[in-house]
Design a protein around this ligand. Structure first.
Ligand code: ZN
Ligand code: ZN
Length: 171
């Protein structure tokens, strides 16, 4: 259990935050500063969770659910490295090998294997997903899967979406 756990607190002076150590923090900036000083993730403020919509939490993506600043920084560097290492042309080349529909996980696994990366070393999945969405935006591939979960009216979760190359759709 961490001695510093920052939680939102509605106060007389508007919305603020309170820490388990007794500090009262006026506003998001003060809360993030207190988090930094105490080695907590500045996104989830040490809780290790983020709220997707009210009532649905998932592990904080910034710190991989650890709640710690150290992991947040490691993960930030890993994201930057993945961005540098995994390129659009690489993903396009992998996709060109699939005549039929393919899952995000298949492309991510192929890219990971091609780079000889152990699982969990870099955020390959999120990076590959971003690049597939780029290919989708330019019309090179089409998303086939229906959303796995609908959260409210405008937020949709895809666990492992499926795409197909536009040219192989026979249109
Ligand atoms: Zn504190
Ligand atoms: Zn976090």
């Amino acid at each position: 259990m961490n001695e510093h756990t920052i939680v939102p607190r509605a106060g007389i002076l508007g919305d603020g935050f309170a820490c388990a150590c007794g500090s009262v923090l006026a506003g998001r900036m003060a809360a993030e500063l207190h988090a930094t000083e105490n080695g907590l993730c500045t996104v989830c403020l040490g809780s290790g969770e983020e709220q997707v919509v009210p009532g649905l939490n998932r592990p904080c993506t910034a710190c991989a659910g650890s709640g710690r600043r150290k992991e947040q920084i490691t993960w930030q560097l890993a994201h930057a490295e993945a961005e540098h290492l995994i390129t659009l042309s690489m993903v396009r080349a992998v996709v060109s090998g699939f005549d039929g529909p393919f899952h995000l996980s298949e492309i991510a696994d192929t890219v990971r294997a091609g780079l000889d990366l152990p699982p969990g070393r870099l955020p390959v999945g999120p990076r590959v997903r971003d690049l597939l969405l780029e290919l989708q935006a330019t019309g090179e591939i089409t998303m086939l899967s229906a959303p796995d979960e609908l959260l409210g009216t405008d937020l949709v979760l895809y666990r492992d979406p499926r795409w197909q190359r536009a040219r192989t759709l026979g249109l």
